[in-house]
Design a protein around this ligand. Structure first.
Ligand SMILES: [Zn+2]
Length: 343
């Protein structure tokens, strides 16, 4: 038996126990565990067997789920794994049958679809077949972070998914879990601030461009907080935005905070942040060379952008800000009540 055959059999055995067998017997998860926990358990097993980090697979899965949720022309894949291998990639570009599931003919036509559960079919709707196929594909390129990025490049053929997936992966890796929910309002509620629905305005401080965000007016030095779990993709100066910071969250959204007076020195490009973490302070920077400030009243410009698998587009953050403001206020009230009870 060749080395490859052995590993295939191992994967099959492990995975069939993981998915089909009584999950509770493994101690760590059970059928009643949240799907996130069961997914992570499955992907950790895949890492043991294939060397592809669980958090990268989880990020790939999350990225595809986000795309499916943001696109009316796509359906969200049911089950634990949302990864959907395009049929031409699965069966092979020259394959006359785009729904081919015969492993031998897929191989012949250069498709990447493989049979992971050993039922004789390479089925793109079977989770084990999908995971086995994707990990085999990525493994071709090697296992360093650069190798994995190269593998993702060859899989998606688009630069944005590579950044989004590797950055989501950094967040999962940092916390050791995919169960990261919750947002926070972008300033501490006890500070004075005002904001209106200004998205799409031609006024505001965006010149002649359409205003892609909400301006939150507050005094100089008011702390600016991360609204999400995310990865700092950008930090520095931009002619229009002044000192600005960009955070990628776990839902294919990019959060843009501009006109800061200064950054939190401890939060740098490439860092992972949590909701409510201070990332900088309100200012009026921008509209000139680095350091330009005071050309308009101090405020935070906050923008949200989504990538849907094809394009990046701006959307209105105002309803989200309102919802996070309410949720943050409620959380603080509840915490106070608890505190009172304890005394
Ligand atoms: Zn603005």
């Amino acid at each position: 038996m060749g080395k490859r055959t052995i590993s295939t059999v191992l994967i099959f055995t492990f995975l069939s126990i993981t998915l089909v067998g009584p999950a509770a017997a493994h101690g760590k998860t059970s059928d009643t565990s949240p799907p996130e926990a069961r997914r992570q358990f499955l992907l950790e097993k895949m890492e043991t067997l294939t060397g592809i980090p669980w958090y990268l697979l989880a990020a790939m899965d999350q990225y595809e789920r986000n795309v499916q949720r943001s696109r009316p022309d796509l359906k969200e894949k049911k089950g634990l794994i949302a990864i959907t291998v395009p049929s031409r990639l699965w069966t092979g570009v020259t394959n006359p049958d785009p729904e081919d599931t015969i492993p031998e003919s897929i191989l012949f036509f250069g498709g990447i679809g493989r049979d992971g559960n050993r039922d004789g079919k390479a089925d793109p709707n079977n989770e084990l077949d999908v995971l086995y196929t994707v990990t085999r594909f990525l493994s071709r390129y090697g296992h360093t972070w650069d190798d994995l990025r190269e593998g993702l490049w060859n899989y998606y053929q688009h630069p944005t998914p590579i950044d989004i997936i590797t950055h989501i992966a950094e967040v999962y890796k940092h916390y050791g879990t995919t169960q990261l929910d919750g947002n926070h309002f972008l300033m501490p509620l006890r500070y004075n601030y005002t904001y209106h629905n200004t998205w799409g305005d031609r006024r505001g401080y965006g010149g002649l461009r359409i205003h892609e965000g909400t301006d939150v007016f507050a005094d100089y030095g008011t702390p600016v907080l991360s609204t999400c779990y995310g990865y700092v993709e950008l930090r520095g100066w931009n002619r229009f935005g002044g000192w600005r910071i960009g955070i990628r969250d776990l839902k294919n959204n990019y959060h843009y905070f501009a006109h800061l007076s200064r950054f939190n020195k401890d939060v740098k490009k490439g860092d992972v942040v949590a909701p409510g973490e201070i990332i900088g302070y309100v200012g009026s920077s921008g509209y000139g060379p680095p350091g330009t400030s005071g050309k308009f009243p101090p405020h935070l410009h906050y923008g949200m952008y989504k990538f849907n698998g094809k394009n990046t587009f701006s959307f209105d953050p105002y309803p989200y800000l309102k919802a996070w403001e309410r949720a943050t206020a409620k959380k603080q009230r509840d915490a106070k009540k608890k505190e009172k009870k304890r005394r």
